[in-house]
Design a protein around this ligand. Sequence first.
Ligand code: COA
Length: 424
Amino acid sequence: MNALEGVKILDFTHVQSGPTCTQLLAWFGADVIKVERPGVGDATRQQLQDIPDVDSLYFTMLNHNKRSITLDTKNPKGIEVMWRLVKECDVLVENFAPGALARMGLTWEAIHQANPRMILASVKGFGPGAYENCKVYENVAQCVGGAASTTGFRTDIPMVSGAQIGDSGTGLHLALGIVTALYQRTHSGLGQKVDCAMQDGVLNLCRVKLRDQQRLERGPLEEYSQYGEGIGFGDSVPRAGNDSGGGQPGRILKCKGWETDPNAYIYFIAQGAVWEPICNVIGEPTWKTHPDYATPKARLPHLNEIFTRVEAWTMSKTKFEAMETLNALHVPCGPILSMKEIAEDKSLRKSGTVVEVDHPERGKYLTVGNPIRLSASQVEVKRSPLLGEHTDEILRDVLGYSENDRLKISESGAIGAVQRIAAE
Ligand code: COA
């Protein structure tokens, strides 16, 4: 038995944040029923398509292990079916624009009345306040959550990250909220609302920068490169390039081949505990006792000089050679891996971190497996559903509609133009 077996998720999500959340729940064993607009589906099915008329990788990589039902919830019959699903399921997950759910009549009050055990989980761009009605995508969330102002180089414009901390990050937060509410329901017998704002999710992941904001009021941030460069601080946390965020200074350093390979670099952390082996390996044994370098505090104003010296050593090695040598000395470090290297990494395939999935229309493709491993709940990554692939099956098996009723639903236009109704 898988962890969430028996839990029915009514997945009214689209794009990335909501689907990330429901995909995780599906991997933990929940029955995830994705409700999509007939003929169209989740907008991402058509976005960034690499093969004409085939569900995009954007969609397939965010919607594994789910079932798809097409339902026009603005059609009278469609919303009737939706309410049947609300009564049947444990959790309704949605991430439409503020107000969209209520415009369909799906208010929290009505949902709670129809099914007091139901958990209503929502992602919105902002929490209550001046911006609560705004639509938000990933990069907007990174900007309003404090990530962009603290990412990139001090002398350059604010920078958004490739990691989808606004979308996938908030989806992760929401999934935790849902399983927590499911647990509380085992005591209370009641559902509740779970709300995650993308701004809050990003800020939660930028917690250390709010820490630095408050430290700044008491003096310069000594681990930031600009401190060693003698450049003063303003009144807010500056962008710190690739400086390590914690008390252990780190930088991205060039390795052999950097002139032609954009990823021939290694992240190197000059951890205090391994300072002596670092001095030995870079050929500066006197730095072990020299007053300017011997202690972490003494090293802070000299970090540029130190990392320039370390880089002279890393440039004589490939990033993997440097990793091997440094690892043996317990120096925390990591090569900058390209997506190509990650896709081809044998150990990531073996561990199930990168998984090959077969799809009836696109063939084989790579995806990222469940990054959360439970020892007693196994995950098999299954392909995403085709649009409306399970419509008839869900109407029949989940909602118990007769063949005649299903025909009537189909004739109403609520489930799309041509829908196959299985004979009884
Ligand atoms: N049947 C009928 N109508 C449907 C439907 C269905 N099955 N599924 C969706 N719709 C309708 C909704 O009712 C809504 O209509 P309305 O505006 O008339 O009320 C519309 O489709 C969807 O609206 P919306 O969410 O505004 O889509 P959008 O493409 O304009 O905006 C976002 C996309 C992501 C910006 C917006 O949904 C949003 O801000 N979401 C919250 C934050 C979020 O999750 N952002 C990250 C996405 S990765």
